[in-house]
Design a protein around this ligand. Structure first.
Ligand code: NAD
Length: 507
């Protein structure tokens, strides 16, 4: 990876367009910190364009990508639907714009070849906005690793386990998907193997090597409330093993289950490091039982600016490297080839799991002869037909239009209720039982909303009992313990349970 030498030349502001104003707008503060002018925004969603114009009143905002790409701007931040990134990035490059693409870079191997060749053909800057290696903890760790503190990397385990079930039914800002009878464009169906870069990126930076082989076994148990029984969507667990050209092996774990974790653990020949629950710990002394101590992570440089820009500082650095490459030519860590190295193991891990653990070589797209083998490789997961929606064609839109809102609410409220119910079972073992009583307070407070969400869900599920919508509605109704929680007198009984716990456990 290139050494950081030059600072961003702030005398020539870059004119940037943002395509996709959900996640895309998280970069806004970093743009301000780096003196990048946001001059245009494009999104189908009116409420997102409105918010964009509140931040950038003089910018051009549109739903029409063709008009957007005609604007006078140097670069585009592509934050559109995940499986569309390659096609959208190629359109930007062909329109003469540098591209910073959100993760992941492409959805099929053939698209990857096309993207690499579009970057080579146009000679423009393309970077992948993989930000996890550049948050404060990983920036600190990689700078220590480069100093030789840990010796050679041997093995890593990194995780991006994120139960974001409501996002199958809402936009990123929590607004339910419109039209309400359908689901999110890709978060409703995509397998978590396809979202592999946040856990893999730090290993690529710290290990300073490209991946060469990937293997994955399928996990077949899924979380309720997700569509697509056979494919499981983002529901379930997506582990893979990846080997690197320098002999390093990693376990890359993505998925949605009942414990969100972003744990990162690295073992070197002289020491090891783990970042768990927001704390960095080193074990130093070249043995397995050497002393292990927590350390304070620090920014290597320009930390105050990165902190100001928010989202852990990673977005700031990604944008900084991008601007620097445009203005000085100095390569960013995730150019199009590194983007391919990082994206391909996700595609092939999914394929490996489908083929019961067959190992796949990770091709190096720097080589044209290698790319030729993948030019027509269009293997991809089956998509959910989002346009068709989750109910029969002739269904009553006044009913089905409520679906995405009901699912969002039911997921949030049912899990709020279950948090109390499950913790109540072990309250005698909990170190701070008062926390469980607080959960009871929350369950009591949300009960009226839970009942009305359940009522609406029951009506819709019973109206179209064989639909995909009914499947997930029924699953969440079960999680909410519908017969119990809608029974007369339930709320009174819940309050009594809370009072009795408060007497026994002291609140
Ligand atoms: N690095 C991170 O921390 C991080 C966090 C969240 C999301 N992401 C990535 O950012 C991307 C965007 O994420 P999101 O959460 O906003 O999800 P999203 O997929 O819901 O957002 C895409 C947005 O782009 C708009 N859009 C898509 N295609 C368009 C087109 N052709 N013309 C006009 N508008 C279009 C949609 O209306 C939507 O608002 C995703 O690919 C995701 O992988 C990264």
């Amino acid at each position: 990876m290139p050494a950081r030498k030059k600072r961003c030349d702030k005398s020539k502001p870059i004119r940037l367009g943002i395509w996709g104003l959900g996640r895309g707008m998280s970069f806004f503060r970093s743009c301000q910190a780096l003196n990048i002018q946001v001059v245009a925004g494009c999104d189908y969603n009116e409420h997102m364009r409105k918010r964009f114009l509140e931040h950038c009143p003089n910018a051009y905002a549109t739903t029409d990508s063709e008009q957007f790409l005609k604007q006078d701007m140097d670069a585009v931040l592509v934050a559109t639907f995940c499986p569309a990134h390659a096609g959208d990035s190629i359109r930007c490059l062909d329109a003469g714009k540098h591209v910073l693409s959100e993760v992941t870079a492409f959805h099929t191997m053939a698209e990857g070849v096309e993207l690499v060749e579009a970057v080579e053909r146009t000679g423009l800057v393309y970077n992948l906005a993989e930000n996890y290696p550049f948050g404060k903890p990983m920036m600190y760790l990689s700078s220590r690793w480069k100093e030789g503190l840990f010796g050679d990397l041997m093995y890593a385990e990194c995780e991006y386990v994120h139960e974001c079930r409501t996002l199958a039914y809402t936009y990123i800002d929590g607004v339910p998907i419109v039209p309400g009878n359908t689901v999110h464009n890709w978060r409703s169906w995509i397998h978590f193997h396809y979202y592999n870069t946040h856990s893999m990126g730090p290993v690529m930076i710290i290990g300073n090597a490209r991946p060469t082989k990937v293997v994955s076994l399928p996990g077949r148990v899924r979380l309720p409330g997700y569509l697509m029984k056979s494919e499981r969507g983002m529901s379930g667990i997506a582990p893979s093993l990846i080997s690197f050209e320098n002999g390093v092996v990693m376990r890359n774990l993505m998925g949605a289950t009942t414990n969100d974790t972003h744990i990162q653990r690295f073992w070197g020949t002289l020491g090891s490091a783990e970042f768990v629950d927001g704390e960095m710990r080193f074990r130093l002394g070249a043995s397995g039982h050497s002393p292990k101590l927590p350390v304070e992570v620090k920014w290597p440089e320009q930390g105050e600016l990165a902190d100001l820009a928010g989202h852990g500082g990673g977005d700031f650095w990604v944008l900084y490297y991008f601007a620097r490459q445009i203005q000085t030519g100095e390569p960013a860590p995730f150019d199009v080839y590194a983007a391919a190295d990082c994206t391909i193991p996700g595609i092939l891990a999914y394929r490996s799991s489908v083929e019961e653990g067959r190992a796949f070589d990770v091709p190096d797209f720097r080589k044209k002869s290698v790319r030729n083998e993948y030019r027509n490789d269009n293997f991809a997961q089956q998509r959910y037909n989002v346009a068709k929606g989750c109910f029969p064609k002739n269904a009553d839109p006044s009913l089905t239009g409520q679906f995405s809102t009901i699912m969002r609410d039911l997921i949030n409220l049912a899990t709020e209720y279950r948090a109390f119910v499950e913790w109540e079972k072990v309250i005698g073992d909990v170190k701070e039982p008062v926390k469980v009583i607080e959960l009871a307070d929350k369950a009591i407070a949300v009960h009226p909303q839970l009942v009305s969400a359940m009522k609406a869900a029951r009506q819709l599920a019973d109206a179209y009992p064989r639909s995909d919508g009914a499947q997930v509605l029924n699953e969440m109704l079960e999680l909410a313990e519908e017969p119990v929680t809608t029974a007369p007198g339930f709320l009174r009984a819940l309050k009594r349970r809370r009072e009795s716990l408060a007497k026994r456990f002291g609140k």
